[in-house]
Design a protein around this ligand. Structure first.
Ligand SMILES: [Zn+2]
Length: 422
């Protein structure tokens, strides 16, 4: 079903096309514009506009003359717009309802994954919603999920799980083991082995029962890897199903990853491998890629990790765009679930205006003092999500749908569904 806003636009376009070209060509022309064989959705968790600006400043080595010409890969995409992110019960969303909105087209309450807003977080299930990934699986497409967080974390879970509590990661892992998702790459091994067992990377299980999900996945024909060396050896041409879990919890921040010996694969490497495996399906694929720790760096007020993880995410965007440039059948959408940290890019004082210096800081979690009007103190160690709109960029068939004024995050689902003809 189409949303009202773009059904009207579509009908208008069809009317124009019908007037301008011979009737036999009208279907082809309209169809070529809408349908995509594959959809790749890349989500920068906590990646608002200021995070993009700061990543660009960093890419230009903080040099003003370079800054005006330097671009992130996502800056060069064909269409762009902006997205509102509120949840059913809050202006400020967390990743659970934001992911649910993009995956299902429905708003739900903070903390809830894949269920409607009748769910009471941590207390009562709502009605299960159908996700774009489930629709793609049902239609015979291949599917993949990639993240730098635990694969049971809210953003990836929004595409396959249905729970009233995002923290119930044992249950979320169970649901993943029944999802038939062909490529699963990220962290979170601690929820895949039985209670009291240790995971292959040596840490303890965090499961609350005796289930061994790694055995479940093996019996379903998944190849399983848990380190970068084994991952690099996976032959995409010969692999149909891949489970790669590289850490007990989240993957390392990009700065740690790239300097460690036992290197986890990068987000771009995981994206390339997944596309190699999934693109063998002649019916097409749906792939979600999350740069999940941009958000964590925002919470921690850590600018270096925030920037480095944003740039690593942008490399994954490049990998997706390179793949899409090989054919005209792939819709690539890049967006965020919400901004995190209230990142402010400002000079520290008036003199610095002249000097062109900025002193970025994460402003959320600060509060006014009782004294003079502009005095603030940092009240919370951890910065919070904010309610500001986030960017969306898209390339490929159907990508013009992101350039229609403000979108709501639920419309990301409609755009993907329409593009895949589901
Ligand atoms: Zn967060």
């Amino acid at each position: 079903m189409k949303t009202k806003s773009f059904t009207a636009g579509l009908l208008f376009s069809l009317a124009i096309i019908a007037c301008l070209i011979p009737s036999g060509m009208a279907d082809d022309a309209a169809g070529a514009n809408e349908s995509a064989k594959n959809v790749i959705l890349l989500i920068g968790d906590g990646m608002g506009f200021p995070q993009l600006t700061l990543a660009r400043i960093d890419k230009a080595s903080e040099n003003l003359s370079e800054y005006t010409s330097v671009e992130l890969f996502m800056d060069g995409m064909q269409h762009s717009g902006y997205v509102s992110t509120s949840s059913a019960n809050s202006f400020v969303t967390d990743s659970a309802p934001a992911s649910t909105a993009m995956a299902t087209g429905h708003k739900t309450n903070n903390g809830v994954i894949g269920q409607d807003a009748t769910a009471i977080p941590k207390k009562m299930d709502g009605k299960n919603l159908t996700t774009i990934l489930e629709m793609a699986e049902k239609a015979g497409l291949s599917t993949g999920l990639i993240t730098t967080t635990r694969i049971t974390h809210a953003t990836p879970a929004g595409f396959y799980a249905h729970v009233d509590n995002r923290d119930n990661e044992s249950e979320i892992a169970d649901q993943l083991s029944k999802s038939n998702v062909e490529v699963i790459l990220g962290g979170g091994l601690q929820y895949f082995v039985a209670k009291n067992d240790s995971v292959p990377t040596g840490k303890e299980s965090k499961r609350n029962d005796d289930r061994n999900l790694l055995a479940d996945f093996a019996s379903q024909g998944y190849a399983f890897v848990y380190n970068g060396t084994a991952f690099q050896k996976v032959d995409a041409k010969k692999t149909e199903k891949l489970l790669g879990l590289f850490e007990s919890s989240h993957l390392q921040y990009e700065l740690e990853r790239s300097s460690s010996k036992e290197m986890d694969p990068s987000l771009a490497e995981m994206t390339k491998k997944a596309m190699g495996i999934l693109s063998k399906n002649p019916k097409g694929f749906f792939l979600m890629v999350e740069g999940g720790r941009i958000d964590h760096a925002g919470h921690e007020r850590n600018l270096s990790n925030n920037v480095a993880d944003t740039l690593a995410f942008d490399e994954a965007v490049k990998a997706a765009l390179d793949f899409a440039s090989q054919d005209n059948d792939t819709l690539v959408i890049v967006t965020a679930d919400h901004e995190c940290g209230g990142l402010v890019l400002q000079p520290e004082n008036l003199a610095e205006y002249e000097g062109g210096v900025i002193d970025p800081f994460f402003a959320s979690g600060t509060t006014k003092t009782s004294g003079p009007r502009y005095d603030f103190i940092t009240e919370m160690d951890e910065a919070t999500h904010t309610a500001v709109d986030v960017p969306v960029m898209a390339s490929g068939p159907g990508s013009e749908m992101v350039s229609q004024g403000k979108l709501d995050n639920t419309q990301i689902f409609e755009i993907m569904k329409e593009a895949l003809g589901l």
